[in-house]
Design a protein around this ligand. Structure first.
Ligand code: FES
Length: 165
């Protein structure tokens, strides 16, 4: 089994990454999973986190950062408590993406890619989430919501602690 070099990863993070490394022949293939693991623990990946992971995997921070930039769900800056991923692929476009995104931006007072001032929500676009038959759709914290309209969005935001507006 591949063993890591000096790193500031926590014991728990190391254990989880090591379990993933056993699934992959190449450590490069495991690096995305490793980043997801550390992100799950820390919320997002700071330069320090990237350095920790790269040391553990025997990669350079630049190599790892290069991989991270290809994945919209690897966050390199702080994100909100809840991450709203709005599908911007074709079915959702046809079924009213524009209205949905506009309503979310108004309700949260942020643009795509931004986080609310209270740190509660981050709004991000994402490619098809596999709920095309329920378009337009979004994901919050891993849960899929489809057949969206303005009032359904209001209900969803209330559920996540955002008062009706
Ligand atoms: S296009 Fe939006 S869920 Fe598939």
């Amino acid at each position: 089994m591949w063993t890591g070099r000096k790193t500031m990863l926590t014991e728990e993070e190391k254990k989880e990454i090591e379990a993933e490394l056993q699934e992959y022949e190449q450590k490069n293939a495991a690096c995305i999973e490793a980043m997801k693991i550390v992100q799950r623990h820390r919320g997002w990946l700071s330069d320090e986190a990237i350095r920790d992971i790269s040391e553990f995997l025997g990669m350079t921070p630049d190599e790892l950062d290069g991989v991270a930039t290809f994945y919209s769900l690897i966050f390199r800056k702080p994100v909100g408590e809840h991450i709203i991923l709005v599908c911007d692929s074709v079915s959702c476009w046809i079924m009213g993406y524009e209205k949905i995104i506009q309503h979310l931006k108004t309700r949260l007072s942020i643009e795509l890619g931004e986080t609310t001032a209270d740190g509660k929500f981050t709004l991000l676009p994402v490619a098809c989430i596999g709920a095309c038959d329920e378009a337009p759709a979004l994901i919050i914290d891993g849960e899929v919501y489809g057949n969206l309209d303005k009032s359904k969005i209001d209900d969803i935001l209330v559920k996540y602690g955002q008062g009706a507006g």
